[in-house]
Ligand binder design. Sequence first.
Ligand SMILES: *Cc1c(COP(=O)(O)O)cnc(C)c1O
Length: 330
Amino acid sequence: MHKELERQLAEYLGVEYISLFANGTLALITALQALNITGEVITTPYSFVATTHSIFWNKCTPVFVDVEPNYFNIDPAKIEAAITEKTTAIMPVHVYGNPCDVEAIQQIADKHHLRIIYDAAHAFGVKKDGVSILNYGDLSVLSFHATKIYSTIEGGAVICHSQEMKHHIDNLKNFGFRGETVVEEPGINAKMNEVQAAYGLLSLKYIDEAIAKRKQIVEKYREELKNLSGISFLPEQNGVEYNYSYFPVFVDEAQYGMSRDALYEKLKAANILGRRYFYPLISTFEPYKELPSSQNLTIAQKAAEQVICLPLYPDLENENVERIISIVKQ
Ligand SMILES: *Cc1c(COP(=O)(O)O)cnc(C)c1O
């Protein structure tokens, strides 16, 4: 079932090689291992904490670069200033499934001989000009955690671009075993199990329907909230096929007349659970806050203080969408 799910996912996603993992974090850690990444890795503070942890677990130093103000992805214009002779890789994140500026990042990587590992945990099924966003960079990593749009309960994957690399990654996730008596590499146990794969084969049948339902809800949120003073949301990029993973809104306290946290509490009092993705910034957490690069991440900091993701799941009933909208409008 593991192999069958790899086959079906490669076809569904439009990628050539995919290797399934027990979860997204192990997939990130193994992706860095697969490319022998050492030294410093440039990344974004505006993500889920596992992005940075995966760098740390490889005994590398994370170097934070601020995000751009349109989609809150890593700002390519600020990457070069962060490169030192120790830099070996860039780990950007397609935040909320909005593609990073993949061309600009590739140009920088080519110029400085760096590898690119995309944390694509939010980008399942996302396409740019008809091509899967997972085909950019050296490797891309997915998460199939229950909170993501496509789930195997827990799970993850690494997407790569050659048979040799897939062989290497498959070794690394399964103790390095090839057959019963041969160990080719010092691997870990990070493979997806058969129960996860069985669940994934079933849930793949419903993914298109789930994305379509999410899209309807997002369109309603956009329509109803578009003229609300102090509430903004991300524009859509031309030529991108979205997966509608999240619906983040950004609260400008002065204009809206209430802080993001006050709105969060108000929704919570009505039993509506918004999520502050991503708050606090990774660079403010205990293990990372003393890093030199953790200072002056002003655009990311502002986004973290203003963001709240409104509830979004395929079976969210229309009357509840309306209830959420009316509370945000009040
Ligand atoms: C969910 C997520 C991860 C971690 O994936 P797990 O499957 O939960 O280990 C990593 N990065 C980002 C951006 C995520 O959203």
